[in-house]
Design a protein around this ligand. Structure first.
Ligand SMILES: *Cc1c(COP(=O)(O)O)cnc(C)c1O
Length: 454
């Protein structure tokens, strides 16, 4: 019988995260204080984040950062995750390509997000923090953090983008089951939320607004810290467990990936699967291609601009050097809520600028078509976000069919779609629409970032 799954025992859970900042030919540009335009130091981040996370954020020196043993112990509930050869998808496509996927959907939270949530909750506990807060879009990050907070015995308050709060009630129930308190955003509980609701009482919210609210709560509440589920360097660092395991598992297959693909929201699952392989491009002359798959309705890598911008809509965060379509960007209500963020993480942005990775964008219906084929061939219903990675994989595999090349493609299955069946319903009913931002509209949003770079 042909081998389908490549499994590693718990003892192979990585003992250190891989910090790509240490080996980047061009280090990321500094994060700036918007008032003084001076480079931020880790201490400047302490009011918002746990100290250890703030230190990791700006660590451009240490290539390997030890994973605390209590975090590894929690990882063991679902790690090492399987690497799977997608034979039946290959056969359905008739492609000579070999397709592998790393299955991060097996975590208790249903996605890769738990890899960082556990680390962040642990560091908060270590520092004597009693409350952590965050925002959530699709509800994946909130679910992961709720579970992680419970595991380390701290309280968790989540601001959930209002459209998702209404569209995805079961995601809310998951967070509540794990013991978290959930507030729909924009809310009247913060100044940032009040400002928006005063202008438009029906505002459906955005990830940017929810971030503003959570940060405001963290800085105004004693013993409360903010956590973020994507974009930031320390989050991407924690996700490196995905690629480090995948590297060993690919070795077991006897192949090495020619192409590595992940969907791209803020970039954390992309970083996780990509960086451990990308280090061999940087250090050992490997020629793997790394492709970020983003939605056409939120095209920060394919149509954005590399410049300083705020990480949130209200402009409370430091200035980040990144590919952005402007912090005022209002994304369409696509189902892949986790991909509706206006910017790309600082590290990915620099790597993109330097040609180490590329990006492709996909229309919503194309991604669900890919997700349905994947469900029928491989037996896992993917998260709407993950469908983007699958659409990209299919596109590359079909190119191989044309050229007859037998490439090895590895993609990250960032999560499952069990709580997103409403989205599949929408697709299967034939009513799903695609949203493409016009150049004019995009230029208007990007102007909000341009104004910060004069
Ligand atoms: C949040 C999320 C994403 C997007 O976030 P990244 O930080 O870009 O990885 C992708 N897939 C799933 C399942 C998610 O929950």
């Amino acid at each position: 019988m042909r081998q389908k799954k490549y499994l590693l025992p718990e003892s192979e859970i990585p003992t250190a995260w891989f910090n790509i900042q240490a080996i980047m030919p061009n280090k990321p540009l500094p994060i700036l204080n918007p008032a003084t335009r001076e480079a931020l130091k880790a201490q400047d981040l302490y009011p918002i984040f746990c100290e250890e996370c703030a230190n990791q954020e700006l660590d451009t020196v240490n290539e390997w950062i030890p994973i605390p043993e209590p975090v590894r112990e929690q990882y063991a509930a679902y790690r090492c995750t399987p690497l799977v050869r997608a034979y039946e998808l290959e056969e359905a496509l008739g492609t000579p390509a070999h397709i592998y996927f790393k299955n991060e959907s097996v975590s208790p939270a249903g996605s890769h997000k738990l890899n960082s949530a556990l680390a962040q909750a642990y560091y908060a506990k270590q520092q004597g923090i009693t409350n952590i807060t965050t925002e959530t879009g699709a509800g994946q990050w909130g679910g992961a953090l709720s579970y992680a907070a419970k595991k380390f015995g701290i309280d968790c308050a989540v601001y959930m983008v209002k459209t998702s709060y209404n569209q995805k009630p079961y995601r809310r129930s998951i967070m509540q089951t794990f013991g978290a308190a959930i507030t729909p955003s924009p809310s009247m509980s913060t100044r940032a939320g009040k400002d928006i609701l005063t202008v438009n009482p029906n505002d459906g919210g955005s990830l940017g607004t929810a971030i503003s609210e959570a940060i405001e709560l963290a800085v105004s509440t004693p013993n409360c810290k903010y956590t973020l589920g994507s974009v930031l360097n320390h989050v991407c660092l924690h996700q490196s467990v995905i690629g480090l395991e995948a590297e060993k598992q690919m070795e077991m297959t006897g192949e090495y990936p020619d192409i590595v693909i992940a969907c791209f929201g803020g970039g954390s699952n992309f970083s996780g699967i990509a960086y451990p392989f990308m280090r061999h491009n940087i250090q050992d002359g490997k020629k793997t291609r790394f492709i970020a798959a983003e939605p056409s309705s939120c095209p920060k890598l394919t149509r954005g601009k590399f410049e300083y911008d705020f990480g949130d809509e209200a402009g409370l965060t430091p200035l980040l050097p990144m590919y952005t379509i402007g912090h005022t960007f209002k994304p369409a209500s696509i189902h892949a809520g986790g991909l509706r963020y206006h910017g790309a993480g600082v590290i990915m942005s620099q790597l993109m600028k330097d040609g180490f990775m590329e990006a492709q964008d996909f229309a919503q219906t194309e991604t669900f078509k890919a997700g349905v084929l994947f469900a029928q061939t491989e037996g896992i219903i993917p998260a709407p976000e993950s469908c983007h990675a699958i659409a990209c994989t299919i596109k590359e595999a079909l190119k191989c069919k044309e050229t007859g090349e037998q490439k090895t493609i590895l993609f990250n299955l960032s999560g499952h779609g069990f709580v997103d069946m409403g989205a599949y319903d929408h697709y299967l009913s034939g009513e799903m629409q695609n949203y493409v931002v016009s150049d004019e509209e995009l230029a208007g949003y990007i102007a909000s970032a341009d104004a910060l770079n004069k």
